[in-house]
Design a protein around this ligand. Structure first.
Ligand code: F6P
Length: 328
């Protein structure tokens, strides 16, 4: 049954991503445009449980489109994983007369939102915000483009010093379960090898390829490694393994870490977040729920939250092939 929406709440949850603020701005301004009230929830689901709300209007979100992080803060809530925690959250929602919820985050955020929606028959719409780009049902998640550009900028700098000292660098980028950042930053920065969780090509192949590079006259090399890569060795162990087996190489390791999650969002992420934020509010006003907003071939689309969580967003293996051709 279509529920009348007077007031929505919005939260950011899980790992933050550049562009989350632009998405918040879009949700809150769209709410103002359609003359409904909007509450911001601090610290994700934990703030929902504790009733940590702030009234937000169009002016509350001025000059945040360009800011990294999330003004509402983010958190991972163990309490929300329990039925008792979710009941507390629902009571807060009833007490504060909230009619629908917009959740911005990754698959953990959507799992919580989907369970909550089903348990209390409460309208929920998700916006994908994670640098990992590992969400099914959207070509891009908010923050991925910015993180990718951050990674490329840093790998370019590492390339300078690698080349000056004739060294081999292992550069670890984020991606616990997905190789999107590694694959695309690796190609964009001209890495000699790219190691991703989706494709375990084996250590022998890595050694052969590096040896071949050296023989072909390359004096320095960069291997981009996704943190969730599946060789069974972490980036430091990989570096030692290569140094032991190819002693001609002087090897160094650089772990980019959380710098990839910060910084001003790219224009692409700002535009994506703006489109997704407006779409999320319009879906709720249209009586729709249990959906994630996505983008496919530059068109706004929706996918059921359950599908977004359960299905796999596959990497484009063509990029691996291209990278191999271009590093000969
Ligand atoms: O935002 C996703 C992600 O960047 C993963 O790639 C990474 O493993 C994880 O977050 C680390 O997050 P945290 O330090 O917040 O646990």
């Amino acid at each position: 049954m279509k529920k009348f929406i007077n007031k929505i709440a919005v939260l950011t949850s899980g790992g933050d991503a550049p562009g989350m603020n632009a998405a918040l701005r879009a949700v809150i301004r769209a709410a103002a445009f359609y003359k409904i009230e909007c509450a911001g929830v601090y610290r994700g689901y934990q703030g929902l449980i504790e009733g940590d709300f702030v009234k937000m209007d169009a002016r509350s979100v001025h000059h945040i489109i360009q800011k990294g992080g999330t003004i509402l803060k983010s958190a991972r809530s163990d309490e929300f994983r329990t039925i008792e925690g979710r009941k507390k959250a629902y009571n807060q929602i009833v007490d504060n007369e909230i009619d629908a919820l917009v959740i911005i985050g990754g698959d953990g955020t959507f799992t919580g939102g989907m369970i909550f929606q089903k348990e209390f028959d409460f309208p929920v719409v998700g916006i994908p915000g994670t640098i990992d780009n590992d969400i099914y049902g959207t070509d891009f998640t908010i923050g991925y483009d910015t993180a990718l550009n951050t990674a490329v900028e840093v790998i370019d700098k590492i390339r300078d010093t690698a080349s000056s000292h004739n060294r081999l660098f292992f550069v670890e980028v984020m991606g616990r379960d997905a190789g999107f950042i590694a694959l695309n930053s690796g190609l964009g920065a001209g890495a000699e090898e790219i190691l991703i969780p989706e494709e375990n090509l084996g250590l022998d192949r890595l050694l052969n390829s590096l040896e071949q590079s050296r023989r072909s006259g390359k004096t320095s090399s960069i291997v981009v490694v996704a943190e969730g890569e599946k060789s069974g060795k972490n980036v430091y162990e990989l570096a030692s393994y290569v140094e032991e087996n190819l002693p001609q190489y002087e090897v160094r390791v650089s772990v980019l870490g959380h710098m990839q999650r910060g910084g001003a969002p790219s224009c692409f992420d700002r535009v994506l977040a703006s489109r997704m934020g407006v779409k999320a509010v319009e879906l709720l006003l249209d009586g729709q729920s249990d959906l994630m907003v996505g983008i496919n071939n530059n068109k706004m689309v929706t996918v059921e939250l359950e599908k977004a969580i359960k299905e796999h967003h596959s990497i484009n293996k063509e990029i691996l092939r291209i990278s191999e051709i271009l590093t000969t």
